[in-house]
Design a protein around this ligand. Sequence first.
Ligand SMILES: [Fe+2]
Length: 297
Amino acid sequence: MAFAIAEIHPVFVGEGSGIDLRKPVSEADVAAIHAGMDRHAVIVLQAQPVTDEEQIAFSRLLGELELAVGGTLQKPEEKRLKLELADASNLDHNSELFARNDRNRMYSLGNRLWHSDSSFRPIPAKYSLLSARVVPGSGGNTEFADMRAAYDSLDTAMQEEIANLVCEHSLVHSRAQIGFDDISHEERGMFGSACHPLVRVNPATGRRSLFLSAHAGGIVGWQRPEALDLLRHLVEHATQRKLVYSHTWRVNDLVIWDNRQTMHRVCRFDDTRERRDMRRTTIAGDGPVVAAAACKD
Ligand SMILES: [Fe+2]
């Protein structure tokens, strides 16, 4: 059966069929995935029981990998998975559930805010590929919002107002939103920060999208309360239910999303009792999307 993608939501999201990621994937199928990402922004692939190595090998066909360095409280020697994989699970390096008051668990609750992966990096992520190895009995969906549709549905005055705005992104801001402000000086330095335009253009399609994220905590040249007020307004607009797809995970699902064109968040589940083992490979972006000089200190 040839690889094909069928849209499964009124606005975006495709489901692929006719592909086995454990076997060599043809150049034609890789091209079809890129084209599918430009069109659907999220692609769901069911029944892909990949190993870590198979997931990494397939991901490399789509672009250069972003390594899971920084962006976490864990030092490299404390990680459960190799650096090519970001650990999106609720498990410590011994594969035990994080204790309720574990600092790593508190930090990871920030993933329940709407965000775009790695928007705090100077080169933000292009695609994320998340493989579901163990899923909880209930809850723990990942929700996606189409940021192209969000931009398109703004009125012209708002589109003009935000056309040239640049946002400041930092993990410090997303964690502050959930009350995680016990961050050491060393960690603050490790988190880093970056500036990106609020409106991005997909180079392949020319389509504009809102580049929002929980990490966005300011707008260059704006007072902070005014910036946060506008960003909150835009996030609420962008995540209205008709623009959202909620993915209920099955074991061995692999979902690919475009961080340039979507936001996502994890939904609540009983994470102190149920295991949710999710492993993410991340495709780096093509380069910085705004000159570093646009970012104030
Ligand atoms: Fe994420």
